[in-house]
Design a binder for this molecule. Sequence first.
Ligand SMILES: O=C(O)CCC(=O)C(=O)O
Ligand SMILES: [Fe+2]
Length: 381
Amino acid sequence: MSFDPVIPTIDLSSDPPEKQAQTIKDALGSVGFFAVLNGGPKVEDIDALFAYSEDFFSLPMEEKEKYLAGSSGSGYTKLLSQALGEGKRDHKETFSYGKYCGIKEQAMPYPFSSLDEIALQTIRRFYKDCHEVSEKLMELFAQVLELPEDHFKQSHSFGLNTAMSLIHYPSLDVEGKKQLSEKDIRAGAHQDWGTLTLLFQSTNPFLPAQPGLEVHLPKSAIYKTQDFSPNLTTQPKSDDPNSASTNLDYASHRSNLNSDEYEWYPAPVPPRGGFLVNVGLAMEFWSSGIYKATLHRVLFPNSPSSHSEKEQDEEEEAGLVDRYSLAFFVQPDDNVELNPILPGGKIDYTKKAITSGELFNTKLKESMDRSKNIPIPDKSE
Ligand SMILES: O=C(O)CCC(=O)C(=O)O
Ligand SMILES: [Fe+2]
């Protein structure tokens, strides 16, 4: 049973395999997001990771700056230094455990560097459980497309390419809150870049999950006015044999940003222990656009948007609180060519396909450059 009318749910322990595959097919062909229950990391480990995250972001800035992210994007990224969407810098800071963290000389914050065996074991177990559930999901992704079970899985060595990202959207003081404007956003509208993302919210009652994540959906998917069965006989759009499939043919969603046919839909917070899954651009290319890398964003709770008046009143009373999330970004190995699939479980090797590493580096550079070109919001205006 789904706990949300629009975002489907898979129960990995009780749904029969055919039902899991059917849910994947329905979800990824339409809304691009689904929730997972009863699979993946243990609830206690999720809680522990959020506690580590809170500890890290509470450190003084001089300390956090010691772990600044380099060109790989892993490490500490400061508030307002990235812009996932157009025109607005993101009011978030992140610590991303990925490539950078493999550099031996690079300093690592507690608890990643820790001599505290329990903390290290918890992180390793969390990472391993995320890895295993991601492999299980990739098997289902392949099965739905009539491909061998290991088609996607075999291109992921789950080394440092996979980024586990602790994300903190700080609260604002009363003054800051009054000054919130249209220019402010917690995370701008974007598609993820990789294969799939596991998205956790805090399940610890002392650090309650916060709303704010919205997904950009066709109205027909929200109001169920259309049957979404992904067309497995779809041909890739470009039939010019000379054109590389690097031309973002399938990344059509951004162009729907101003469409009347689309609407922002508030993503549900899954029950304790559950998490959301969405696919990124690499998977959209790979699946010839059958699996959608849906645009999503994170708003300040009191932004003028789809929130009800009651919710807004409650937020006014409570003040604008911090929001923490944790994303496990699954990324294919850098040299993997994202050769798109053809009907009947075949693969199109006829055109030069973009590699996973090229796609990742392009998107990372874009988001950093975009932020450099956006002035830091001037609150005195
Ligand atoms: O914090 C969230 O809920 C979403 C974060 C996200 O979409 C991202 O970092 O790519
Ligand atoms: Fe995202």
